[in-house]
Design a protein around this ligand. Structure first.
Ligand SMILES: [Zn+2]
Length: 397
């Protein structure tokens, strides 16, 4: 099979039903593409009590530096209502210039194109003057415990070092060439329980309604704004995601109420400093005498999501400009350098080397009828091939 063709590569990958945590044949198919190109491929199964075992893959071509890593995932989200798909979700059918299938853009398409780009690079220039590796997980769309984190630890422990990484997640909102991601906001969730005193609504002086406290505390979290944004990041934003009492009686003041929130924070903060600020705001509201009218301070507990996602910003000019120039050369469009959107595995990779993200157009990811324009596959392959050339040029200089 000619792995220089991203369309064939992607059809092969989509036809492997690798819904997290199943490998589905996807890593074996990728192995079959990489080994003939000269990569030494290792399959790494990660385990953790209470989570499914996950198969991952690490492949390297070359033994010297500079060393460029391509990172991604072959697992996909569930198909949803299969009957609603115009073409079956693992068919990789092509119709009207689009290939249909779960993972087409998120992100088997990115992998298919990078494989094709490497194959073309080797065909045109021979083996790269340095090393290229693939770090591919089967656990990006799941709990992400047995995926990229463990694979990086495993590779680093055996001496692997990287100079730069490209993550092939779909980064373009509308058209190929829109956007490169050069950082991500941090994310942390909090869960608050407020303790009041249950009672009859007609005798509120005998009770202590925790919902009054919830109102004040959620307001304190959201205003005043946490910051106004930075040069590279939008303003930090906190959303209350749930408020709950479990109370169905309209004549009862409930004994407790709870709420949850998530904050997406920029580089004004660290995970620690944003937590400290939010606690300060909650305490201020809890002690607000005007609200409490002589009662003691609100009693509340807070727990946090186990692992916060840390904010990061990549400042490797050579890496960013190699990619940016490749995108511009092949699309005629200058990509926006962005830090918007959700978290990705780049948040783990940034602890090992500078990382940027560029892939397909993300519009249909996780949806019924996920699909990719066939023309975009060829275009992204050309961008990746140009980037590889540029990056090795710049890295050796
Ligand atoms: Zn993805």
């Amino acid at each position: 099979m000619a792995v220089t063709d991203p369309v064939q590569n992607l059809q092969t990958l989509i036809r492997c039903p690798s819904v997290t945590p199943k490998e589905g044949g996807a890593l074996s198919a990728l192995t079959a593409m990489l080994e003939p190109l000269g990569f030494s491929v290792e399959r790494v199964t990660a385990t953790e009590p209470g989570t499914p075992d996950i198969e991952n893959l690490y492949a390297r071509l070359g033994s010297s530096g500079p060393h460029l890593m391509f990172a991604g995932h072959t697992d996909v989200v569930p198909v949803g209502d299969e009957a609603s798909w115009t073409h079956p979700p693992f068919s990789a059918d092509i119709a009207n210039g689009e290939m249909f299938g779960r993972g087409a853009v998120d992100m088997k398409g990115g992998i298919a194109c990078f494989v094709a780009a490497v194959a073309r690079h080797i065909e045109a220039h021979g083996a790269p003057k340095g090393s290229i590796s693939f770090l591919i997980t089967g656990d990006e769309e799941g709990p992400a415990i047995n995926g990229t984190v463990k694979l990086l630890e495993w590779a680093a422990a055996k001496g692997e070092r990287w100079d730069a990484c490209l993550v092939g997640e779909p980064t373009n909102p509308d058209q190929l060439g829109d956007m490169i991601k050069i950082g991500r906001r941090g994310s942390i969730s909090g869960f608050v329980t407020v303790h009041g005193v249950q009672g009859h609504v007609a005798y509120p002086h005998l009770a202590d309604n925790p919902i009054r406290a919830v109102t004040a505390m959620t307001k304190a979290l959201m205003s005043p704004p946490l910051d106004a944004g930075t040069a590279e990041f939008p303003p930090t934003n906190l959303e209350v995601t749930s408020i709950d009492t479990g109370n169905s009686a309209t004549n009862v003041i409930p004994a407790k109420a709870s709420f949850a929130f998530n904050v997406r924070f920029n580089d004004t903060w660290t995970a620690d400093s944003i937590q400290a600020e939010l606690i300060r705001r909650l305490n201020q509201a809890a002690n607000d005498q005007e609200l409490r009218a002589g009662r003691p301070a609100i009693r509340y507990d807070i727990t946090w999501s186990e692992r916060p996602s840390h904010v990061f910003l990549t400042r490797d000019d050579a890496l960013i400009s190699s990619l940016s120039k490749a995108v511009e050369a092949k699309t005629g469009r200058r990509p926006v350098l962005s830090t918007t959107g959700g978290t990705s595995d780049a948040r783990f990779i940034k602890d090992y080397c500078p990382v940027v993200e560029f892939g397909l157009v993300g519009q249909t990811m996780h949806m019924v009828d996920e699909r990719v324009a066939v023309a975009d596959l060829e275009k992204l392959t050309e961008i990746y091939a140009h980037f590889i050339e540029q990056w090795f040029e710049n890295a050796k200089a």
